[in-house]
Design a protein around this ligand. Structure first.
Ligand code: IMP
Length: 194
């Protein structure tokens, strides 16, 4: 943000460069400098996104040894009872967007939500979770562009998918959870006189 002092630095542990680039942009606008700690973190199997995020943040802190965030996301599709949810990464790698389209081929109800959990970990505060979700719909066809599920997720209020909306950062699940996180993180820095 023009004129905003860079207040603090922290690392984002992830293997996903797209996630990092979006998070770096969003947090830099909020006054936080994000460093890329590129790594593939071990993920526990669970039906609960928060449990996965918490465990990932602990694993990340063991590696980075400094203030670190990780992110865990899930695409929850109403007519599939929330599938793929916590299994979104595995489902994307196996059946992908084509597979989701096939699963919804006969479905007129295409409501879904994208959930993001940012998990912060450091030596003083332990793990803190910041969760947000954005409601939307699964598109009727796969659009071009974007990454991951971008080409099939239309956020509410838009006519295009994440892949083609004008400014995904304005209303993405990631922007929402990172904004919650930054409010807490910058508040904590202020309280500590930093
Ligand atoms: P993860 O387990 O947190 O890496 O994310 C679950 C799945 O959702 C992965 O396949 C990601 O690529 C995908 N994903 C997460 N965020 C986005 C996004 O903003 N756009 C498209 N796909 C995403």
């Amino acid at each position: 943000m023009a004129g905003t002092q860079q207040l603090s630095e922290l690392s984002f542990a992830t293997s996903n460069e797209n996630k990092f680039q979006e998070a770096e942009r969003i947090l830099s606008n909020l006054g936080i400098k994000l460093n890329f700690f590129k790594t593939t973190l071990e993920e526990m199997q669970s039906n609960n996104l928060s449990d996965i995020a918490e465990q990932k943040a602990i694993n990340a802190y063991k590696l980075v040894q400094k203030s670190v965030i990780i992110e865990d996301d899930g695409l929850f599709i109403d007519s599939l009872n929330g599938f793929p949810g916590p299994y979104s990464s595995y489902v994307y790698d196996t059946i992908g967007n084509n597979g989701i389209m096939n699963l919804l081929a006969d479905s007129k109800i295409r409501d879904a939500k994208f959930v993001s959990i940012i998990a912060y970990c450091d030596g003083d505060y332990g793990v803190k979770l910041f969760e947000s979700s954005i409601p939307g719909k699964i598109s009727s066809s796969i659009e071009k562009g974007g990454w991951g599920y971008d080409p099939i997720f239309i956020p509410d209020g838009e006519s295009k998918t994440y892949a083609n909306v004008y400014d995904k950062d304005k209303f993405s699940h990631r922007a929402a959870s990172l904004t919650k996180f930054s409010n807490w993180f910058l508040g904590k820095q202020k309280d500590n006189g930093q």
